[in-house]
Ligand binder design. Structure first.
Ligand SMILES: [Ca+2]
Ligand SMILES: [Ca+2]
Length: 214
């Protein structure tokens, strides 16, 4: 059974037309499919505030179940980065714009995306405290005998030494970009926030599988 149909065919086509002009990596037909898929994802929400979009809980379930992300803090950050207008819902446009980078982004787009994820307070810098907070969150999963915070502090210093080119004890976008371009493994240095290639492929196959039928 199809879930609540919020839009008719023509509305979907028109919306796809306008969204596809603004996203870089999906063509119009693909956008149409993503809109249909989005509608069915939203339809499953128990909270029927039709049209608002994906709420945080639903969005996190998708990140976890479909894209294999596991870290709560990172999933929250992904939600915030997708939710550009900050209304606590990921709208269809925000979803497709986000997916464009999440699934098919260029290396440069992914650097920008990861920087935004890691700049927790959005002030344009990844501070020492932000690094500490993220590394602590991703590393301290079980208590050990040693003082774990000391280990995290050491890691922050190592990260700064490697990435803070202008030595102001925080990472500007230029610092981060330069470091990641030197060493691509640093892209997700402070937490996994992108899906792996297998998940991307599976999602795209599922989302676009019936392209020929329409
Ligand atoms: Ca929003
Ligand atoms: Ca910051």
């Amino acid at each position: 059974m199809p879930t609540i149909i919020l839009m008719n065919r023509r509305m979907i086509k028109n919306l796809a037309e306008s969204i596809s002009k603004e996203v870089k990596h999906f063509n119009k037909t693909e956008v149409e499919h993503l809109i249909r898929q989005f509608n069915s994802l939203v339809g499953k929400q128990s909270d029927r505030r039709g049209g608002s979009g994906l709420d945080r809980a639903r969005f996190r379930n998708i990140l976890h179940n479909t894209f294999g992300l596991t870290d709560d803090m990172m999933m929250d950050r992904v939600f915030r980065v997708f939710d550009k207008d900050n209304d606590s819902y990921v709208s269809v446009k925000e979803w497709i714009e986000g997916l464009s980078v999440f699934l098919r982004g260029t290396f440069d787009e992914k650097i920008k995306y990861c920087f935004d994820i890691y700049d927790l307070n959005g002030n344009g810098y990844i501070s020492r405290e932000e690094m500490f907070h993220m590394l602590k969150n991703s590393l301290i999963r079980q208590p050990t005998e040693e003082d774990p915070e000391e280990g995290v502090k050491d890691l922050v210093e190592i990260a700064l030494k490697k990435m803070d080119h202008d030595h102001d004890s925080q990472l500007s976008y230029a610092d981060f970009e330069r470091a990641v371009k030197d060493e691509s493994l640093l892209l997700e240095a402070f937490g996994t926030c992108l899906p792996d290639a297998k998940r991307v492929l599976a999602f795209e196959q599922h989302a676009f599988q019936d392209l020929s039928e329409h």
